[in-house]
Design a protein around this ligand. Sequence first.
Ligand SMILES: O=C(O)CCC(=O)C(=O)O
Ligand SMILES: [Fe+2]
Length: 292
Amino acid sequence: MSTAAISVEKIEKTTRGTVRLDGTDWTAMSDETRLAKLHKDGFAILPSLLSGQELDDILGELADLPMNTAPYSEEQKFAAEPPQWHSQKFAEVIGSKRLTDFVKSALGDDIVFMLGMYVRSGPGVPGLALHSDYQPYGSEPKGWNESSPSTLRVLIYTEDLTLDQAPFTIVPGSHLSLHEHSNPYIRYDNHPDMVTLSPKKGDALIFNVKAFHGTHPHLGPKGRGMFEYAYRPAWAKCVGEVEEWNAADVAAAPEIAKPYLKPRNSGDPVSALGTSLDAQESQFRGIAPVLP
Ligand SMILES: O=C(O)CCC(=O)C(=O)O
Ligand SMILES: [Fe+2]
């Protein structure tokens, strides 16, 4: 496929829909405002979480990680095993103070790391239709893995997501919808409320898995890498059983990651039934998120 003729500035529409660039300047913003936007819109960007050197160091450690190829494109590859057990530096990000402080501001102090992934995509990858990563009733391909009612995903790209690099798409506020159109098992293309995000390499894009999101197709000549992490509050376990971490892998993980490597099936929400707390000291403000 010849891609040389495509000018990034001219990409106004793709097979996934119109490109409407989110114009937010995420650098000139407090974490408080980022958190408020995460609550209201379902996503936020923490700029420059990883430096170019840190990305290169992780990529170096991942260079010999076995990858599977997607059935729909030779150019789309997924880690065949969790990257956090292969690369100590990838695993260190799980406990990054800047990242976990922000995630805790959204989810509370007791959080569980649920997912590590590494994906590479290249020219010709068709992009992802808008979808939700919340499957409350489970599914054949995902089992119970996406059934936690409260999860944030964190995406860190290893290249700037220019418009020809399969930029990210999302429908702001879709994580809040109770409407029949927000059946999380449906996918959409050409949604008029979809916006396109174009984060820089090393930024952390954080989103509520209930939000409908996807990507435009990969039109440019350069490949892109993506590190993925997910966290949930300790109570919000998956509805059915999911695969546990291997104890030896957890034991060998960097110390900074270990507080978050609790069992994937841990959590006992129902035991709180009958509990009644006096909230007047203001320590339970998490049920009333602040919006911008
Ligand atoms: O490839 C991307 O940018 C988004 C992938 C995605 O849908 C996800 O990580 O949940
Ligand atoms: Fe997704």
